[in-house]
Every structure is written in structure tokens, then in C-alpha cells.
Write a protein that binds this ligand. Structure first.
Ligand code: SF4
Length: 424
């Protein structure tokens, strides 16, 4: 979500006539887009602000703006801590930044916030479809920082994706803190399945992804749409966060372990070949060893293709930070994190080894250290051995190498040699 927001503010500043600076130190305008999901992310932002203090002392005309989740409704504290910051902007509220830059530089701000579709988007681009979150997980700061859910109208999104395809985009990831709740606040009410159907009809789009799902809101209709719509990739990120019912209740996730596992079964039964990824927190306040073991059991049972694991990090302003003392020691959290990461590495080693010799279509979307790379529809990262296709081409590769984190593949057919057929 932050990458998408950064692209949009970047475009609006460019429209005002600003060019990219070579470094932060010699930029006239610096916008720091912040994330506070964990303490380490917030520390990165505050560390950068420390560096900018010096830059501002050297040249006080420079504009320093901070946006994103660090900026809550009450900024008194932040203004005291960082008096040299010129403007504080809440997530997706670009106007105060544009106004401050306009006032300082004398540049016109007219029209620079309309149609913020990136001019030179990546082949695979993020499209935020719903902002904010109406859930109140006790460990999470997002609802208080990003506000209540607000869906963008279907027509606006269809226009944006169409413009993106005109600029070379082949794959879009529809984004929301809880993407499955898209549309409930629109009139007439629609859902993610309706939007996927519309995006699926846009010529030029080859692949549609979506992030992040919530087990309670991933309806049968959405699951069916993933199975049926040819361009929607068979890959679901379904966070379970904890495997024990008491911890899930303390987190206020709104489902039990069995309900989560039933949803996984439903997804796997409906969508052939689906890959599943998840998010997991270890060391939530009061999590006992036995309760942690329940999370490990879920990993063993489901065998996810990828797990975003994190040690619980107390966030000021959350219900958990007020009511639940952070009791699991730092060392113990580290040990639990190592345990799940080691287990997951073993699982991914096996899952990826099973793909050796199989053939997949990958969309070539970049290059790392001279090697072209792309992703399967199931979001497996594949490095191509040998050159050949161009960026943005969908090619067939035979899998020749596998590690827990990525695959290697030989080119079997390029886009010109094969016809892209969208069927399921
Ligand atoms: S659903 Fe996600 S974004 Fe919303 S409160 Fe829970 S963890 Fe935070």
C-alpha cells in the first residue's frame, strides 16, 4: 500500500514540475512515507528523520514532509519531537504536502492530484481499491491510522487499470488492508468478485492478483471468482496470525483455528492448483509454549507456500498495548520465530522441489544481477537461465532448479511462439 501511495505522490510532485534529486541530502523536497506496523519500521522512519534534521539545518528552505501511518489524527507529539518537519499528512491525504510545496516553491498545484495513475508504471503494478480497515485486531494500529474502510468506485478503478495497460502494465495487484471487504460501502453494493470480473474484461491485462484477504470476509462468491475468472491468479494470502483459539480471541481476529482450516479446505477444493501464503505472529502477550505449538501445527497441517512471520511488537495506541502486558521475553520470541522460519524453510524446500521438471508460464517482470526473473501464477519467483524474452513477455519455462525461496527455469517458448489463451 505504501509503495502505491509513494508512486502517487511522486507523480503529483512531478506534475508540479519537480525532478528527482540524486540524494536525500540535496533534495529540495523530501517526503518520508512511513509504516508503523512494527517497531522496527517506525525506527527506520525516525532514523531517517534524524538525518534530515541535519539537512534542514544546512538549508532551511527545504520542505520536509512526513506521510503514512506514523501520522495519526493527533500530531501534537510528533510536532514536538520533530519540529523541523514542515508538513504532516495522514495516509492518502496528499493535499497538505502539495500545498506546502506549492507555497514554498511558487509552483502551481493545479491538476496535480487528479488521475494519479503512474506515468511509467512497472509491468506488475499495485492498485489500491479500498483504504482503511473496519476490523479491530488488538495488536494493530492500522485502523486508527488509516481510518474506516473506503472503497474506490468500480468505474474509477476500471479507468485506472485501462490507463495502466496503455502504459505497458500486464499485471495488477488489487490492494486493500482487507481486500475481501471491497465494495460493501458503495452504492449499489458490489464485492471483490464483481470488480475482478470487470478487470478481467480489460484487454491488455494478463494477470490479476489481490492482497490481503481476511478469513471471515473471503466469501464463497470471491473464491468462486478466483476459480472461474481466467486472468485471476490462483494465489491467496490468508493470514491466520495464531493457531490457538485463546490467542485468536485475544487478538480479536473473529475466527477459530477450525474455522480458519475450513476456509483453507474450501479454497483448495474450489481452486485447483492454488498456492497459499499467510501471516503469523509469534509471542503475542501471554502466548504459552503449548499455544505457540498450535501455530506450528497449523503450519505443518496447511503447508503454506510462504509465511510472513513476525515476533509480536508492542505498538503504542493499540488495545493490546494498553491491556495486555508484553510478557514473552525477547529471546523467547526470537526462538519461536526461528522455529517457525526453520520449519517453513523445510516445507518450502519440499514444495518447490516437487516442481522440478514441470512447466509454468511466467510473466517476465524484472532483472536481478543480470538474470531475468518472473513469477508463476502461483507467485513463485523464477530466475531464467539464459537470455531470450523481453520484459513484459509471458513465457513458458521448465523448472530446472529449486531452493526454498525461488526457482530456476529454462525457456521453453516465448510469447511469439505461443498464443496467450485465457481459459480455466
Ligand atoms: S484486519 Fe489487518 S489491517 Fe485490519 S485491524 Fe486486523 S491486522 Fe490490522
Amino acid at each position: 500500500m505504501n509503495v502505491a501511495d509513494s508512486q502517487r505522490i511522486d507523480l503529483s510532485l512531478e506534475r508540479m514540475g519537480l525532478d528527482r534529486a540524486e540524494s536525500i541530502e540535496n533534495a529540495d523536497v523530501v517526503v518520508v512515507n512511513t509504516c508503523v506496523v512494527r517497531q522496527s519500521a517506525e525506527d527506520t522512519a525516525t532514523g531517517l528523520l534524524g538525518r534530515l534534521n541535519k539537512a534542514k539545518r544546512n538549508d532551511s528552505s527545504r520542505v520536509i514532509a512526513v506521510m503514512g501511518c506514523m501520522v495519526g489524527p493527533d500530531q501534537t507529539n510528533l510536532r514536538q519531537r520533530f519540529p523541523y518537519v514542515d508538513v504532516w499528512a495522514r495516509p492518502q491525504e496528499f493535499q497538505p504536502i502539495i500545498d506546502a510545496v506549492g507555497a514554498r516553491t511558487g509552483l502551481s498545484t493545479e491538476g496535480c492530484l487528479t488521475n494519479l495513475t503512474p506515468q511509467q508504471p512497472d509491468i506488475s503494478t499495485f492498485v489500491p481499491i479500498v483504504h482503511g480497515c473496519d476490523k479491530f485486531c488488538t495488536f494493530c494500529l492500522i485502523p486508527s491510522r488509516r481510518g474506516r474502510e473506503m472503497s474506490r468506485p468500480v468505474e474509477e478503478l476500471v479507468d485506472e487499470v485501462t490507463r495502466l495497460t496503455d502504459r505497458g502494465v500486464k499485471e495488477v495487484t488489487l490492494l486493500g488492508q482487507n481486500v475481501d471487504s471491497y465494495g460493501h460501502d458503495l452504492q449499489p453494493r458490489v464485492d471483490l468478485a464483481d470488480l475482478m470480473e470487470r478487470v478481467n474484461d480489460i484487454p491488455g491485462i494478463e494477470r490479476i492478483r489481490f492482497l490481503t484477504s481476511h478469513p471471515n470476509d473471503m466469501s464463497r462468491r470471491i473464491i468462486r471468482a478466483i476459480a472461474d475468472l481466467p486472468k485471476v491468479c490462483e494465489n491467496v494470502n490468508l493470514p491466520f496470525q495464531a493457531g490457538d483459539d485463546r490467542i485468536l480471541a485475544e487478538m480479536r481476529r473473529g475466527y477459530t483455528r477450525n474455522q480458519f482450516l475450513e476456509r483453507v479446505d474450501e479454497i483448495r477444493e474450489t481452486i485447483p492448483g492454488v498456492t497459499l501464503t499467510t501471516d503469523l505472529i509469534v509471542g503475542f502477550p501471554g502466548e504459552t509454549e503449548a499455544e505457540f505449538e498450535q501455530s506450528v501445527r497449523v503450519l505443518e497441517l496447511v503447508r503454506f507456500d510462504k509465511v510472513h512471520s513476525a515476533a509480536y511488537s508492542e505498538r503504542n495506541g493499540t488495545y493490546a498495548s494498553r491491556k495486555m502486558p508484553d510478557m514473552v521475553s525477547r529471546e523467547e520470541k526470537k526462538r519461536r520465530l526461528r522455529t517457525v522460519d526453520d520449519l517453513q524453510a523445510q516445507i518450502q524446500t519440499r514444495l518447490n522441489a516437487d516442481l522440478l521438471g514441470l512447466e509454468f508460464d511466467i510473466l517476465v517482470d524484472g532483472e536481478t544481477r543480470g538474470r531475468l526473473r518472473g513469477r508463476t501464477r502461483g507467485d513463485k519467483l523464477v530466475y531464467l537461465t539464459g537470455g531470450g524474452p523481453a520484459l513484459g513477455e509471458t513465457v513458458s519455462v521448465g523448472i530446472t532448479g529449486a531452493s526454498p525461496w525461488s526457482l530456476e527455469g529454462d525457456l521453453r517458448a516465448t510469447q511469439s511462439q505461443k498464443e496467450l489463451v485465457f481459459t480455466k
